[in-house]
Design a binder for this molecule. Structure first.
Ligand SMILES: [Zn+2]
Length: 339
């Protein structure tokens, strides 16, 4: 990506081992993220371009001399952040705050919408799947690199537990995975806030019990009606815009919690006053998806959750610019890239 709206497919030098803790993986599946749409809409021109993409699964092609647990030929999940797996925050299960870590698809670290990608700190970062995975499972395995783990994180931060009422703000891939996560954690009522027919249908399949398609005050009123006038215990904020956050805080019941995973597009958190007077906990941030793979992977392998259904279009590398356009125009929920 060179600037907003300017995505090109180019031949670049093959990624190679730079640090002895690196690996190189051949990307078998990658995808376009909702958060890639923020630079797609706003990025200033970058002379050298930025190799996008922070979600991938693939096969390890090469490892550096100090890599111990990852081997050539391993089939691996690449979380969107790299991490050493050994620092205080990695031990706390917060790999997105790793003191030696960082993010793929930035101007510094090349991303995975590519044939291959260099993986810093391979032992800490990559998760070997181990089991031989059927082709039909690839889409769901790919979601463990970001959107499924991110939806799960929103649900954890929002304290979803059995019997709770939950609202999910946003019907993109993360919101839809949030529905899966809420159901998986035992929520009794799951309200999806969204207005796209195809996404709502999928949300219902994933376990949503109610749909609210209104916006703003009307949405708040509708959620209250659905929850005996009080609002929900847990809100998953999966958008990142001011109005979504305002709605999220307004539909939380007193003592409730908002888990925010939408990348915020403002410097301040709105809704300070209602959050204060209703004792609403507001938390969240970049999901430590690396920490969640071990918990979510067995459900994916068993087919008891199918987050891969969020992909409704597959492109080759040449189709990536069209993939961005389709997601930006809301013509696709999430685009898979098969290099
Ligand atoms: Zn660390």
């Amino acid at each position: 990506m060179y600037s907003a709206g300017d995505v090109r497919i180019e031949n670049v030098p093959d990624p190679k081992i730079i640090e002895p803790t690196d690996a190189v993986i051949r990307v078998t599946r990658a995808c376009v993220c909702g958060s890639d749409l923020w630079p797609y809409q706003k990025m200033e021109h970058v002379e050298t371009g930025r190799v996008m993409g922070h979600e991938a699964i693939g096969v390890v092609e090469d490892v550096g001399a100090d890599v111990r647990t990852i081997k050539r030929g391993d089939f691996v999940i690449m979380p969107f952040a790299f991490s050493d797996g050994t620092c205080v925050f990695c031990h706390d299960g917060l790999q997105t705050s790793c003191i030696h870590g960082g993010f793929f698809g930035t101007t510094e670290v090349a991303g995975a919408q590519a044939e291959a990608v260099r993986i810093p700190l391979a032992d800490g970062t990559l998760f070997p799947v181990g089991a031989h995975a059927d082709d039909a499972l690839m889409a769901s395995l790919l979601t463990l690199s970001d959107v499924m783990g991110t939806g799960h994180h929103a649900a954890i931060i929002a304290s979803v537990t059995p019997g709770k009422s939950v609202a999910v703000v946003g019907d993109g891939a993360v919101g839809l995975c949030g529905v899966i996560a809420a159901k998986r954690l035992g929520a009794e009522q799951i309200i999806i806030l969204g207005r796209h027919a195809d996404r709502i249908a999928l949300a219902k399949d994933f376990g949503a019990t109610d749909v609210v398609s209104e916006r703003g005050d009307a949405a708040v009123e509708r959620v209250r009606e659905l929850t005996g006038g009080y609002g929900v215990h847990s809100v998953l904020e999966c958008v990142g815009l001011e109005q979504a956050m305002n709605t999220a805080i307004s539909i939380a019941r007193p003592g409730g919690a908002v888990g925010r995973v939408g990348v915020p597009q403002e410097q301040t958190i709105p809704g300070s006053e209602p959050a204060f007077y209703n004792n609403v906990t507001v938390g969240g941030g970049p999901a430590p998806v690396r920490a969640y793979i071990a918990e979510l992977l067995p459900d994916v392998l068993a087919g008891s959750i199918e987050p891969g259904r969020v992909f409704d279009r597959t492109v080759g590398l040449d189709g990536v610019p069209d993939g961005y356009r389709a997601m930006n125009d809301r013509k696709a929920i999430k685009v898979m890239v098969k290099p």
